[in-house]
Ligand binder design. Structure first.
Ligand code: GLP
Length: 250
């Protein structure tokens, strides 16, 4: 595991955007796994800037998004589909048929089959080269909530109360379930990039990166990944005192 501590959110985003750009530039047909949330917003802005400046070409990139609320319409401003359309998909030269996104308009009785197809598509694309992740305050990755089985693949899950409270102003009106890649889908990516900023992430980061590997903190499974890079701002790293500024683990 490599831990990079940057002073602020801006530098975290720059560092992340550079790693993603490097992956795109150095691979013939790069396959990316993409997150949503507040954390990667600036990273996406920087990638769009790189594209506009002619530094990065997305024409051969394939993407798979991590998760989406269920059910939710693609036009709902709270949907991850809308988020990705506005921030990346319509801003760069990604080919439409290279964008893969968990479809939350699927009927419930077709979800199982649909999720299997999503996993198959990842395999057919050659697997994910670089998967970018944020972390929830309860240690979730994607929407894999505490207690998750580490053998899970893409599926429909129930969301925890604390997740709805963190993500919605009015949790009572929020969708209570989500489609998410599973822990196994995440762990089989060749490289993982975990981003976290802000004080509220310091405890989940400490528990997940230095604590025991446990389903209570789903992100703790990342300690087992052979190629994990973590980029934190100082606030998110403050409970990792002894590792600050350097690299930790294997
Ligand atoms: C959401 C998403 C995660 C994301 C996390 C952190 O619930 N399902 O993929 O990483 O919460 O979000 P944020 O970056 O807004 O803190």
């Amino acid at each position: 595991m490599k831990i990079i501590v940057e002073p602020r959110y801006e530098e975290v985003s720059k560092s992340a955007a550079r790693i993603i750009a490097r992956e795109i530039i150095s691979k013939t047909d790069p396959v990316l796994g993409l997150p949503t949330g507040d954390t990667p917003k600036r990273t996406y802005e920087l990638l769009v800037e790189y594209y506009r400046d002619g530094l990065v070409d997305f024409s051969s990139v394939t993407t798979f998004n991590l998760d989406e609320y269920y059910p939710i319409s693609k036009d709902d401003p709270k949907s991850f589909a809308r988020y990705m359309e506005d921030r990346l998909f319509t801003q760069v030269n990604l080919a439409r048929d290279s964008i893969n996104f968990p479809d939350s308009t699927i009927a419930e009785n077709e979800i199982e089959q649909y999720c299997e197809k999503y996993e198959r598509k990842i395999s057919e694309a050659g697997g994910i080269d670089l998967l970018i992740l944020g972390i929830g305050q309860n240690g979730h990755i994607g929407f894999n909530e505490p207690g998750v089985n580490f053998g899970t693949r893409t599926r429909l899950v129930d969301l925890r109360k604390e997740t709805l409270e963190a993500n919605f102003e009015n949790p009572a009106e929020a969708p209570k379930r989500a489609l998410t890649m599973g822990i196994k889908s995440i762990m089989r990516a060749r490289k993982l990039l975990l981003l976290a900023n802000g004080k509220r992430k310091s405890t989940p980061i400490k528990k997940s990166l230095t604590g025991p590997i446990t389903t209570d903190w789903p992100a703790s499974v990342l300690q087992l990944h052979p190629d994990l890079t973590v980029i934190l701002d100082e606030d998110a790293s403050r409970e990792l005192e002894d590792q600050r500024g350097g690299s930790a683990g294997n």
